[in-house]
Design a protein around this ligand. Structure first.
Ligand code: ADP
Ligand code: GN1
Ligand code: MG
Length: 361
């Protein structure tokens, strides 16, 4: 089956094997290895079309974004675009994806070898590199020509919309779980107004729409063997957004001392050293393009993401686990609790976060 899919793409070398790869919550990813040592390996993905309703539009975004960045990298002496940017492999017909008879969408990239990717960050140097890479990504897309990118998931980080879905999900209570999570529901509701801040600033025209990645988990940037930034990956949600969405989701994952789904909440804290290092890398690349107002709200964006992602985990739990892949029965609740603990830790250190941004801007 996978062999058939692989044969649809214009790969070099001889197919040797394919096996599941990575730890994403949405798509199915396989590493495809070739026999020859000197030829690339590949990364094959089945795009989740329950989540992404317009896969051709999504693929066209990725094609435009990767070509634009590649053209910029080609101007930089000594750069290696096949390692520093995702490279789509065309099908034999020249398409950028393959749709199988069951309607699944498949795409293939060059596998970037000798990379490191981290679910938990341990050093300020790693955090700085992540910030620099996502900052550079933002800066490079600042002049993408042509029409706006397709919204691959409408309202993806729209907190009012997410809270509306949350209320509906609690009212339906299909899995009969709402009663058991009253504490978490209260935690969300108490902060709902504050968390609309970015959306309101946007509505009032105080911050501009930009092109953002929108899924800037730290493991969506590959580092090299020396922990230097290599390539930003996972481009499914690149679309219009506020800079706070990218900064915030990175802070959520970079500064957490424990796993996203840590069960022992006493291990979950925000490490302010990692906050400072990430912010410093990010601002090094974006300081010139961001407005004072955008920079002023970066610390707040750090708090927004444990809230919004925790809210999505909790909503999915109440809804009976339809969206995120889970490994055990209460996995989404465990994830939500860990995110809310992280938010508490940020709330306790918020003044320090603000001072760091003031110093770096
Ligand atoms: P998901 O949306 O499911 O998170 P990703 O696009 O992030 O999927 O891919 C899953 C994992 O595969 C990544 O965390 C990364 O480790 C690995 N990966 C993705 N693209 C490449 C690539 N081009 N080269 C090497 N590894 C990759
Ligand atoms: C999903 O695909 P992956 O695992 O990188 C999700 C993100 C969440 C993240 C939480 C399209 O990201 O929004 O922040 O899980 N992606 C989508 O780990 O919903
Ligand atoms: Mg990913």
């Amino acid at each position: 089956m996978l062999t058939d899919i692989v044969s649809r793409f214009r790969i070099s070398g001889t197919f040797a094997r394919a096996f599941p790869y990575g730890s994403g919550h949405i798509n199915d990813t396989y590493k495809v290895e070739t026999l020859e040592e000197e030829v690339h390996d590949y990364l094959l993905q089945r795009v989740n079309h329950q989540v992404f309703k317009n896969v051709p539009g999504l693929m066209s975004n990725i094609d435009r974004v990767t070509r634009h960045i590649r053209a910029k990298l080609e101007q930089i002496p000594g750069s290696d675009p096949d390692r520093e940017e995702l490279t789509l492999i065309p099908t034999h017909e020249g398409g950028i994806f393959y749709q199988d008879p069951e309607g699944n969408f498949w795409r293939m990239y060059i596998f970037i070898r000798d990379n490191r990717s981290y679910d938990i960050v341990t050093s300020p140097e790693q955090a700085f590199e992540g910030g620099r890479m996502f900052g550079r990504f933002q800066a490079m897309l600042n002049d993408l020509p042509g029409d706006p990118l397709v919204d691959t998931i409408p309202n993806f980080h729209n907190i009012e919309w997410r809270l509306g879905i949350f209320d509906q999900t609690i009212a339906r209570d299909v899995a009969g779980r709402a009663e058991s999570v009253q504490d978490e529901i209260r935690f969300v509701r108490r902060r709902a107004e504050e968390m609309s801040t970015i959306l309101l600033l946007g509505r009032e025209g105080m911050i501009p729409m930009r092109i953002t990645h929108n899924d800037t988990k730290f493991n969506n940037v590959l580092l090299d063997q020396n922990d230097k930034g290599l390539c930003v990956i996972d481009l499914d949600t690149v679309m219009p957004g506020y800079v706070h969405y990218d900064f915030g989701d990175s802070i959520r994952t970079t500064t957490n001392t424990a796993a996203e789904d840590e069960k022992d909440l006493s291990l979950v804290e925000m490490d302010i050293r990692l906050f400072e290092a990430y912010a410093s890398g990010f601002l090094e690349e974006t300081r010139k393009t961001l407005s004072i107002t955008e920079i002023d709200y970066l610390a707040f964006a750090g708090k927004l993401f444990p809230y919004i992602i925790g809210l999505r985990f909790l909503t999915d739990y109440i809804d009976g686990d339809n969206y995120f892949k889970i490994k055990h029965e209460h996995h989404n609740l465990q994830r939500a609790r860990a995110q809310f603990k992280l938010l508490r830790s940020m709330e306790a250190q918020f003044q320090d976060m603000r001072h760091i941004i003031e110093r770096l801007r």
